[in-house]
Structures are given as structure tokens and as C-alpha cells.
Design a binder for this molecule. Structure first.
Ligand SMILES: Cc1cc2nc3c(=O)[nH]c(=O)nc-3n(C[C@H](O)[C@H](O)[C@H](O)COP(=O)(O)O)c2cc1C
Length: 202
């Protein structure tokens, strides 16, 4: 059986991005496994604009009433949702920028968290419509936050994924990357090992 992984990268630092290094490690290891197919999406080099009223309005316009501009706007989200729907495992490599996720990654979530498509509102609250998927977050941070109230990323990412039905989420942290060479080296070594274990379990 084939496992299809969608690998999202979101560092603005290109080749120097530490979360990109985590993603590359995942990709190299996973590509060496039989039965694993990887699709990559760099949300920085393929940056999406902020979600605005025109795009929201296009989503809310009935299919047969959409004009050409609205069709193109809806297609943007449709294609990203189709790409996500086709995956079994969503892998998100995410740097911490100013205590949050990169705005480019938020713009991607703004396209795949779509009422009526990936979740729906019910009398019991929102219900996720993507089933049978899991997620792996590869988190690179200058400081140390995991398991503390200051970790503004992990709960946010888990909430967004949970909204669309992805509740099986693992996180690999590479923390303290700006806290000296020794801390950085140890954190990356540990993160690479944790990624190897995740790939073995695919
Ligand atoms: C604009 C910017 C903002 C940052 N803000 C934070 C922060 O709030 N907390 C933190 O721990 N590290 C912060 N850092 C450090 C990054 O999290 C760290 O360098 C990490 O490696 C970035 O991932 P990347 O190399 O994949 O881009 C920031 C770095 C940049 C460039």
C-alpha cells in the first residue's frame, strides 16, 4: 500500500532555513522508503495573498453564478484542498516567527479551512470532513517553548488541523536554535533522530 505524504515548508530563509533542513531530512529519508510518495509545497516561494472579501465572496457565490474572476479565486482553494485530500500524512515544517507561525502558512490554512468543504457547522459545533489523515509538525524555534504557555504555535496548529478532522498529530521540535552552538547541535541531532523514527512508522 502506498502512503502519500504532503510536505509543506514555510521558512523564509530558503537554504538556510532550519525547518527546511528538517523537511529535507524527512524528504530524503521518506523517499528512500518503498511505498511512500511525497508531494512538496513551499508556501513561501508559492506565496498566497491574504484572504479577502473577494475570495470569501467567491466561495459563497453558488457555483453556476460565479463570474470568471470568482471561478479563478475558488480554484485557488479548491486545488489546495484537493492536494491535501489526496494525502494520507500531512507534514508541516514550521519556523517560529514572532511567537507565531509564518503568515504564508496561515494564508495556506485560510484556503484549506473552508466551511462546507473541509468542515461544516452543526448544532454540536464544527465537524471536520477530512477523515483518516494524520499530521506531523516539524517545529524549528530559536528559543524553548514546548509544553509551556508560551508555545503559541502547537495548540494553534492542532486546533486548525482538528477543525478539519485531523486529530492524530505528532510534533518534532528543534528548539533553542539561537541559544548557542552546543544547544543548537544537540537539538538538531535529536530532531533528526525523531524524524527517522517517524519515517520508519510511515
Ligand atoms: C523574523 C523572525 C522572527 C523570529 N521570532 C522568533 C520567536 O518569536 N521565538 C523564537 O524562539 N525564535 C524566533 N526566531 C528564530 C527562529 O525561530 C529560528 O531561527 C528558526 O530556526 C527559524 O526557522 P527557519 O530557520 O526554518 O526559518 C525568529 C526568526 C526570525 C527570522
Amino acid at each position: 500500500m502506498t502512503t502519500r505524504a504532503l510536505l509543506i515548508t514555510s521558512s523564509v530563509l530558503g537554504e538556510n532555513g532550519q525547518s527546511n533542513a528538517l523537511a529535507s531530512h524527512f524528504e530524503t529519508r521518506a523517499a528512500a522508503r518503498d511505498g511512500v510518495e511525497i508531494t512538496t509545497r513551499n508556501v513561501v516561494t508559492n506565496a498566497l495573498p491574504h484572504l479577502d472579501i473577494a475570495e470569501l465572496g467567491a466561495w459563497q457565490t453558488p457555483v453556476d453564478e460565479r463570474n470568471e474572476e470568482q471561478k479563478a479565486l475558488v480554484l485557488r482553494s479548491d486545488e489546495l484542498i484537493a492536494e491535501l485530500s489526496a494525502s494520507d500524512v500531512l507534514v508541516i515544517a514550521v519556523p517560529m516567527y514572532n511567537l507565531g507561525i509564518p503568515s504564508q502558512l496561515k494564508a495556506w490554512f485560510d484556503r484549506v479551512l473552508r466551511a462546507g468543504e473541509t468542515f461544516r457547522y452543526t448544532e454540536n459545533g464544527p465537524q471536520g470532513l477530512l477523515e483518516g489523515k494524520r499530521a506531523l509538525i516539524l517545529a524549528a524555534r530559536g528559543g524553548m517553548y514546548a509544553g509551556t504557555e508560551l508555545d503559541s504555535q502547537t495548540p494553534h496548529l492542532k486546533s486548525m488541523l482538528g477543525l478539519i478532522g485531523i486529530k492524530d498529530v505528532d510534533v518534532v521540535y528543534a528548539e533553542g536554535l539561537n541559544m548557542g552552538d552546543a544547544t543548537r547541535g544537540a537539538a538538531l541531532k535529536e530532531a533528526f533522530q525523531a524524524i527517522d523514527q517517524q519515517v520508519d512508522a510511515l
